[in-house]
Design a protein around this ligand. Structure first.
Ligand code: ATP
Ligand code: MG
Length: 244
């Protein structure tokens, strides 16, 4: 009679082989399910935010296009690459990156390279936005049909990796600092990693994030939390935009 399944021999060697085969099949199935879940989640994020936030220009900013022609750039590259390669461990411990430095040194380049590697090779959901765009997305959710502000806020609070580019450049208001605090504090509590890039040192960042006439405790609380759970990477050298 035709049998649709392979009949399994029960000798010791065959049982061992079949056990290995079954374990591999189980692993592949779990991997496929994880990939599908991540794709569905990324599709949900895209529906809510339009896209992951990595603009066309920054999709070219990958590790293999980052020049490591001096020791400082090489060290920055190694820290960022190590972060991307070992993301599972950093994710487990809720560790992010705090990238500070002067203009045009490659801060956004390395942050985008991390996101590109994680999204394309490991199917990990990342959002990479300037702080200004991130806040704008939440504001514009007021006007979009079927999407509300709370949903967008929740996406930022839940995404596996949030990259906030250019922190401190956005216009600061009581609403903006409260919104940033709500997102970043929530991620801190949940031990979800965040990467930020900024041109300001800690004191100046507190200053530019605080709206005029307001107490600076929210800005201080944000920076203190970020620095506590991040590797700090300082990138201060010549502006690569000028040397191209
Ligand atoms: N080491 C590098 N190798 C190749 N290109 C680089 C390197 N560093 C910077 N660049 C390029 O220089 C430009 C500026 O880099 P990037 O935008 O990452 O700077 P930034 O540090 O984020 O600056 P800003 O503080 O002004 O936002 C980009 O086009 C980037 O790809
Ligand atoms: Mg930048």
């Amino acid at each position: 009679m035709w049998c649709p399944t392979v009949e399994r021999c029960d000798c010791k060697q065959a049982v061992k082989k079949w056990n290995e085969y079954d374990a591999e099949q189980k692993r592949l199935k779990a991997e496929e399910e994880r990939r599908k879940r991540n794709e569905a989640e990324q599709a949900r994020i895209n529906r809510l935010l339009g896209q992951s936030g990595i603009g066309k220009r920054f999709q070219q900013r990958r590790f293999d296009t980052f020049r490591t022609d001096n020791s400082a750039r090489k060290k920055a590259y190694q820290i960022a690459k190590d972060y991307a390669d070992n993301f599972a461990m950093f994710m487990r411990d809720g560790i992010g990156l705090y990238i500070e430095g002067t203009n045009g040194t490659g801060k956004t380049h390395l942050a985008a390279a991390i996101a590109m590697q994680l999204m394309t090779e490991q199917h990990i959901q990342c959002i990479c936005k300037t702080a200004g765009d991130l806040l704008l997305d939440i504001k514009s959710a007021f006007d979009r049909e079927g999407v509300n502000e709370k949903q967008v806020l929740q996406v930022y609070k839940d995404v596996s990796l949030l990259i906030v580019d250019d922190l401190g450049k956005e216009q600061c208001t009581d609403w903006s600092i409260s919104t940033l605090y709500s997102i970043l504090n929530d991620r801190y509590e949940k031990m979800l990693p965040t990467i930020i890039t900024t041109n300001y040192n800690s004191d100046d960042l507190v200053r530019v994030l605080t709206p005029k006439g307001y107490d600076n405790y929210k800005a201080r609380a944000i920076i203190s939390r970020l620095r506590e759970v991040s590797k700090v990477l300082t990138m201060a050298w010549e502006d690569m935009r000028q040397t191209k």
